[in-house]
Ligand binder design. Structure first.
Ligand SMILES: [Zn+2]
Length: 470
């Protein structure tokens, strides 16, 4: 989680790509990768019954077997969370001045109950050109590819210019669980220090015929922040109502928020998305996307895009009422009324600036606005530089010629929400292409195409090599 689906695109835009990966039987390297992948998928890492520490230990064993010294393969287990540990591993670069590259993956998975699934979710099952199992896509495919990269680099005697780091973490899939990426940013910032990190966020997109439509690159995430609105009042008996009423006053404030729309705000990620996707989509909608990319004040074009809730959320900060409480007795005038407003803030915008804007919109000093909880600093937007994009374009062109690269901004949030504010710009690119229905990620019968898995492994191997030699 989360996976941005790029927009459903016209099948006509899809390029047909020929199968090229060998089978595991023909290629011992691929067979070893598949053993790693199988081991990860078949190690239950749900929060309820699983064990991320065990999964990380198994990966650590593979790295030390490949020749990494113990000092470069280190387990971390946050205190009081014995089954939520992870792993940091390092392949040292030759240039001490070149900053590291971080390969990041969470190894925990969303809950999966055997009785709900057609097949055992914790067995890797190959059927009809797919691998089935919890985590086959989100995100044990990339986690296995990262481990496989390090094993291959070592085996080849690859001496990268940049140090290549690996972090496997736990707790991404469960709200409120200890998050390994956050823990590392707070406790092991030096160990994961990097020029940038690569992780999940958006996949490649297939059409219904299995043709490659677009490869996504996630370059920004919004930040979730709650605000509490509260009105207090002396109250009284409900048989003698007065005009001044805490619930009515709160409702007025909520209505004003409901009517308010934050202005369009373009950063590298959503501007590049509108350009690339607008070009692919074409027609009236595509033209509107390209117009907004060029001029975010084009009201007619913005209005057209706002009809799509994904695009609407991608263009701006949003705030919405999510919880409501008030009153203390059915026969009393309310002494207190309270609402939670959940905002999804664009990168680079402060919590205080949004609070100030809410106060202006509500325009009522009797409505108190407070911030109930703050989770660390806010992120700056991650720039889409040539250093990031060029290697992605190069390898994508080798594997999937003609398939466009589409940057994206994620209205939700993943582990990047912890690394970006820690000063490690984090990009989501996997090279795994998924079906139009999303491949059952977080749902039942999660799956990935066999060919997509093999191609994605090749993509991530070549990509990290290019990054490491830049
Ligand atoms: Zn995930």
């Amino acid at each position: 989680m989360p996976y941005v689906r790029l927009l459903r695109l016209a099948a006509a835009a899809a390029a047909l790509c020929l199968a090229r990966a060998a089978t595991a039987a023909e290629d011992p390297g691929l067979a070893r990768f598949m053993a790693t992948y199988r081991e990860l998928v078949e190690t239950n890492t749900t929060l309820s019954a699983g064990d991320c520490t065990l999964a990380a230990e198994r990966m650590a064993k593979r790295l030390t077997a490949a020749g990494y010294p113990d000092s470069d393969v280190r387990m971390f287990v946050p205190e009081g969370h014995p089954r939520e540990g992870g792993l940091i591993a390092v392949l040292h670069g030759t240039d001490p001045k070149a900053k590291a590259i971080l390969m990041l993956a969470h190894v925990d998975v969303v809950e999966a109950r055997r009785e709900d699934w057609e097949r055992d979710p914790f067995k890797l099952i190959q059927e009809n050109g797919y691998f089935y199992g919890r985590g086959t896509s989100d995100m044990k495919a990339q986690a296995a590819a990262w481990v496989d990269n390090l094993v291959r680099f070592r085996e080849e005697g690859f001496r990268p210019k940049h140090t290549v780091k690996l972090a496997l973490t736990c707790g991404e899939e469960t709200n409120g669980a200890l998050n390994g990426a956050q823990w590392l940013a707070e406790h092991e910032r030096g160990a994961i220090d990097a020029a940038f990190a690569i992780t999940e966020g958006t996949d490649g997109e297939l059409d219904a015929q299995g043709r490659h439509v677009a490869l996504g690159v996630l370059a920004a995430e919004k930040v979730s922040q709650n605000y509490t609105l509260e009105v207090v009042n002396p109250g009284g008996h409900s048989s003698r109502p007065v005009k001044e009423n805490a619930i009515y006053r709160l409702m007025d404030a909520i209505e004003r928020i409901s009517a308010y729309e934050f202005p369009v705000e373009l950063i590298d990620a959503n501007r590049a998305y509108l350009k690339a996707e607008g070009h692919i989509v074409g027609g009236e909608r595509g033209a509107a996307m390209e117009r907004v990319a060029a001029d975010p004040t084009d009201a007619a074009a913005v209005a057209l895009l706002d009809q799509d809730k994904n695009l609407h959320a991608m263009l701006r900060t949003t705030c919405v009422a999510t919880m409501l409480s008030g009153g203390h007795a059915t026969n009393a005038l309310p002494q207190r009324a309270r609402a939670n407003i959940n905002c999804r803030i664009m990168p680079g915008v402060s919590r205080e600036a949004i609070k100030q804007r809410l106060a202006e919109v509500i325009h009522d000093p009797q409505v108190a606005i407070t911030i109930p909880e703050v989770r660390g600093p806010l992120a700056q937007p991650s720039p889409l530089t040539a250093q990031i994009l060029k290697p992605i374009e190069t390898v994508a062109h080798e594997l999937w010629p003609g398939v466009p690269i589409v940057p994206a901004l994620e209205p939700g949030a993943s582990d990047a929400q912890f690394l970006n504010p820690a000063g490690i710009p984090t990009y989501g690119v996997t090279g795994f292409f998924t079906d139009p229905d999303g491949g059952g990620i977080h749902g039942l019968n999660e799956r990935i195409r066999v060919q997509s898995l093999y191609d994605g492994r090749t993509f991530l191997y070549r990509l990290v090599k290019l990054y490491a030699m830049q």
